[in-house]
Structure formats: structure tokens, C-alpha cells
Design a binder for this molecule. Structure first.
Ligand code: PH4
Ligand code: ZN
Length: 308
């Protein structure tokens, strides 16, 4: 199928309370993993490029690859810009054929964030009805905060979110509820403000997005360390947290770190076990398969399997 507008994929997910996985990529193999998983699981899928990934692979190459590959499968695929920082980022991706963009104005004041998001929405909607995700609040662990006022100042404020939606016109909102990017999310138990998700969903009704949602699978971390790596104190979301977040209204779950960890674990093991191997296909292939299996498990967990 041709690349699908993400807003269309959201309609069913929002109504039926399941989430679609966003899987970041910057090369052929990660893209193959995500699309093959989607086809096998009959799941919608979002593949995403950050500005860093675009710089790495080249926008024309990556868009051509994605749309050519999406054309050959029947599962719906959306191509999304992750954490666009400027209006120029958004325009570049809309013009290049992305079907969803994120404008991340969360580091600006509320007024500036609204203004920037409104400009992104006007451009994206006028040029192909492209879906726009915005972000309100700051990502980051909440257990580290000593004081509740400080914590609340960083997490997404439900009343502010109502004003933000009315004035920016965004289609989906990334909420700050205690998750963070990378492999070191929590020191102790998962500390996510699930009630906040529910309150925001009730007030807004639009698809909500959970960034920093990797599980940081202990098996991958252990395998990396066993074969010469050094990753200490890594921790991510447990399966129960996915369930609770999705029940309360999360419709898009961003996963990148988990794919990187599984990839690295597979490669490290192969490099050690087969020191004479120098055909890249012999180690890139198994890493690609391992990432595909991981994505299939995620699709089941998120409830998107069987929804294509
Ligand atoms: N993301 C991924 C951001 C990747 O610049 P970059 O290519 O490294 O950016 O938006 C997530 O929310 C992923 O969360 P995770 O780290 O928990 O997988
Ligand atoms: Zn993110």
C-alpha cells in the first residue's frame, strides 16, 4: 500500500484503545524488520526518522526506500518525523512525502510552543492533510524530583493541554508523564503518572503519544555485557506499564532504544562466536531477524497485532 496518513490509522486506535508502535530507523535493515513484522502480525506500523537519522541516511534515500517497501505489503505504514525542532524541519518532511510530522516545541514557553505548532499544523494540513504531533511538558524521570511542585511543573498540565489543543490545532499530543529517552529511565520501580494520562485523554479526546517507551529488555543488556559491552544500571518500562498507559488513552508508543539494544546484543554475540566471519550479510541478517521478532512482540503487547 502507498504510505498512509497517520491520522487515518489513529481513528480506529483511538476508538478501540490500542496503540500503534513507532519504530525509529536510519538504515535498510531496521526498516525491513519493522515492515516485515507489520506484515506478519497484520499490524499497522509507524516508522520514524529523527533529524539525526535523516542526516545519517539522506532524506530522499530514506523516503524512497520506505515508500517502495510499503508499496509491496498490505499492512498500513506511516512515515513520521520524530522530534522536528523547527518549521523548516516540518516543511522539508511534508514536502518529501512523510505522512506525519512531530513538531517538538516543548523546550519553548507555552506561547511559543503554541505559535510554532500552529504554523506546523497550518503547513502540514494545507499540504496533503499530513498529521501533526506536538509535545507539551518535559520528558524526564519523576522519581528524582524532591518536590511535588517541581514535578508538576515539568509534567503535562491537563488544563494547559486544553488551551494548547484549541489554539494549536494539533492532531496528536505527546505527554510528559515520567518517561524519558534512552536506557536509564528509572532508578527503582516504574514511576509513571498514569492518572495524568487518563485526565488528559478525557479532556482532549485526541490520540496521545508516549515517548521514551522502551522496556530496556534485561536479556539484551545482559547479552551485551556478556560479550564485551558495558551497560550498567539500565532500566525501562515493564509490560504492565504499557497496559496501563494504553488503557488510559495512549495510542502511539515510541520505541527506539530497545531496537538498538537487541541489535547490538545480536551483533556482539556473533562477532565473538564467529571471529572469521567478514560477510556483513552474515551478521546484519541475524540482527535484522532479532529486531523483527522484538517488534512482533511489541505489536502484540500494544494491541495493534491483527488490526491492519
Ligand atoms: N524517540 C526516539 C528518539 C531518537 O536523535 P535520535 O535519532 O537518537 O532520536 O523519540 C523515543 O521516544 C524513543 O524512546 P526510547 O529511547 O525509550 O526508545
Ligand atoms: Zn521521543
Amino acid at each position: 500500500m502507498p504510505l498512509e496518513i497517520l491520522g487515518k490509522m489513529y481513528e480506529k486506535a483511538n476508538k478501540e484503545y490500542y496503540a500503534i508502535g513507532q519504530f525509529n530507523f536510519s538504515n535498510l535493515e531496521f526498516l525491513q524488520s519493522a515492515l516485515d513484522a507489520a506484515e506478519e502480525m497484520k499490524s499497522p506500523v509507524i516508522v520514524a526518522l529523527s533529524t539525526g537519522a535523516i542526516k545519517y541516511g539522506g532524506i530522499k534515500n530514506l523516503v524512497a526506500l520506505t515508500s517502495t517497501m510499503a508499496d509491496q505489503i498490505s499492512a498500513p505504514v506511516a512515515l513520521h518525523l520524530d522530534h522536528g525542532a523547527t518549521l523548516d524541519d516540518v516543511k522539508m518532511c511534508v514536502d518529501a512525502g512523510f505522512t506525519s510530522v512531530m513538531i517538538d516545541g516543548s523546550h519553548h514557553s507555552l506561547e511559543e510552543n503554541i505559535k510554532l505548532t500552529r504554523q506546523a499544523v497550518d503547513y502540514a494540513h494545507a499540504n496533503g492533510g499530513i498529521t501533526v504531533e506536538a509535545e507539551l511538558g518535559r520528558l524526564g524521570g519523576i522519581e528524582d524530583d524532591v518536590n511535588v511542585d517541581e514535578r508538576d511543573a515539568r509534567l503535562t498540565d491537563p488544563e494547559e493541554a486544553v488551551r494548547f489543543l484549541e489554539e494549536s490545532g494539533c492532531d496528536a499530543l505527546a505527554v510528559a508523564v515520567g518517561t524519558s529517552h534512552g536506557a536509564y529511565k528509572f532508578k527503582g520501580e516504574n514511576a509513571i503518572d498514569f492518572d495524568r494520562i487518563k485526565i488528559i485523554k478525557e479532556k482532549l479526546g485526541i490520540p496521545l503519544v508516549l515517548h521514551g517507551a522502551s522496556s530496556v529488555d534485561p536479556e539484551s543488556v545482559a547479552q551485551i555485557n556478556e560479550y564485551g559491552g558495558k551497560i550498567e544500571g539500565a532500566k525501562g518500562l515493564d509490560a504492565e506499564s504499557y497496559k496501563k498507559a494504553i488503557e488510559r488513552g495512549i495510542n502511539k508508543v515510541n520505541i527506539d532504544t530497545d531496537l538498538r539494544l537487541r541489535w547490538t546484543a545480536t551483533m556482539r554475540k556473533l562477532m565473538v562466536e564467529k571471529p572469521g566471519e567478514f560477510d556483513p550479510r552474515k551478521y546484519l541478517g541475524p540482527a535484522r531477524d532479532a529486531v523483527k521478532e522484538l517488534i512482533k512482540q511489541k505489536m502484540k503487547l500494544l494491541g495493534s497485532a491483527g488490526m491492519a
